[in-house]
Design a protein around this ligand. Structure first.
Ligand SMILES: Cc1cc2nc3c(=O)[nH]c(=O)nc-3n(C[C@H](O)[C@H](O)[C@H](O)COP(=O)(O)OP(=O)(O)OC[C@H]3O[C@@H](n4cnc5c(N)ncnc54)[C@H](O)[C@@H]3O)c2cc1C
Length: 358
């Protein structure tokens, strides 16, 4: 029977980034994905690398800052290997915050009205605006380059059946059981996002938090002029994300709706209106698509990273609104932990053992 050093459960941005990192440490890695890789939260995301956002919990800020720094090289390597683009844009973010909120980056700066209208002539913001030195990426493009790099580097994939249970031999993880078969490995990592709590024998406390998004494209026949705005724009009502091919994304709701991924037309209209209020020229574009995805939320809004109470069984999940941002640092720190090294940043605040079910 074929065995692996590590089984990654879940082929989203977190699972694939970690699989690549473990492979580069010369581990034999198997990714088990219940459907197709990168089709869940990762596929639904906006792709902001929002490390300056004041909503990032304090304990997570060192990881967010480190991960944002890693992003250009992380994406470049994957693009070089696959020959495809993940549309990493480093034009920055223009943000308006609720009163009392301040950005987390020391290099963020207030914009005067004149600067704002020079930087984004089509933007109409009320209230004071900040410039944040952030990037964005197209998560679907990122998903494609991750899958290609993983296959290229010899990571094995099993798709189409969910892992239902972690196998235990002599008190240690020894592999996993899917609805079809069993697979052996001394290390199992639960990277199954919003579904992480469904794998026996532990109930890792992750819940789905629904987010709806809208994608606008230029009207048919309109000449290509690039995106109408160059910066990501974030206000308390909406965020507006330009892609280099001219698409504009509007997001996103944050809803406690269980595993429901239906799109609600009224919600989509509200997001669209909020987008047009910020950039009236968006009214010239048409709605191409709308979707919903399930963020992996946790009871304290911090990710769950580390070894569980079952030796050999790890969790790397619960990244809530920041999984795209946090993928490179999660992969690095988890790979360090799994290969027996001291992680470069303290993972203690994120330990699965902080929950009684971890
Ligand atoms: C609308 C929206 C906008 C967002 N915008 C941003 C953003 O701008 N920036 C940012 O940083 N983050 C953003 N996020 C959050 C980000 O998408 C998530 O934090 C991140 O994708 C989580 O990645 P993941 O790999 O843990 O989960 P997922 O991408 O959901 O991957 C988990 C995978 O596990 C698989 N799986 C589940 N159960 C099993 C099982 N039992 N066996 C095998 N496979 C299984 C699933 O099929 C899935 O492919 C957004 C999320 C949403 C929904």
């Amino acid at each position: 029977m074929k065995t692996w050093d590590a089984i990654i459960v879940g082929g989203g941005v977190i699972g694939l980034s970690l699989a690549l990192r473990l492979k580069s440490e010369r581990l034999r890695v198997l990714v088990i994905e219940k459907h197709e890789p990168v089709r869940e939260a990762t596929y639904a995301a906006g792709g902001m690398i929002a490390n300056c956002d004041p909503h990032i919990p304090n304990a997570l800020q060192p990881l967010a800052a480190a991960s944002a720094q890693m992003y250009p090289e992380f994406v470049q390597q994957l693009q070089d290997e696959s020959g495809e683009s993940a549309d990493l844009r480093d034009t920055g973010t223009i943000a308006c915050f609720e009163s009392g909120e301040n950005p987390e980056c020391t290099t963020a700066r207030h914009l005067t009205g004149e600067e704002l209208s020079q930087m984004e002539p089509l933007l109409q913001l009320s209230g004071s605006a900040w410039f944040l030195p952030e990037c964005s990426v197209d998560p679907r493009g990122l998903g494609r380059v991750l899958v290609q790099a993983a296959k290229h580097r010899g990571i094995d994939f099993v798709t189409g059946s969910p892992v239902v249970e972690v196998l235990v031999v002599e008190g240690r993880a020894a592999g996993v059981k899917t609805t079809h078969s069993e697979y052996a490995a001394g290390v199992v990592v639960n990277c199954s996002g919003a579904w992480a709590g469904q794998i026996l024998p532990l109930a890792i406390p992750v819940r789905p938090v629904k987010g709806q998004m809208v994608c606008l494209v230029p009207q048919a026949g309109a000449p290509y002029v690039g995106p109408l705005i160059q910066h990501v724009v974030r206000t308390p009502e909406v965020y507006i994300i330009p892609r280099s091919d001219g698409r504009i994304l509007l997001g996103a709701t944050v809803e406690e709706a269980g595993f429901d991924k239906r799109v609600d037309p009224d919600t989509i209209r509200r997001l669209y209106q909020a987008g047009v209020d910020g950039v009236p020229a968006l009214a010239k574009m048409r709605i191409h698509d709308a979707w919903a995805g399930l963020r992996p939320g946790t009871p304290d809004n911090l990710p769950i990273l580390g070894q569980t109470s079952l030796p050999g069984y790890y969790a790397a999940t619960g990244h809530f609104r920041d999984g795209i941002l946090l993928a490179p640092i999660t992969a690095q720190l988890m790979a360090e932990l799994i290969t027996g090294r001291e992680p470069d940043l303290d993972l203690q605040p994120f330990s699965p053992l902080r929950f009684s079910s971890g």
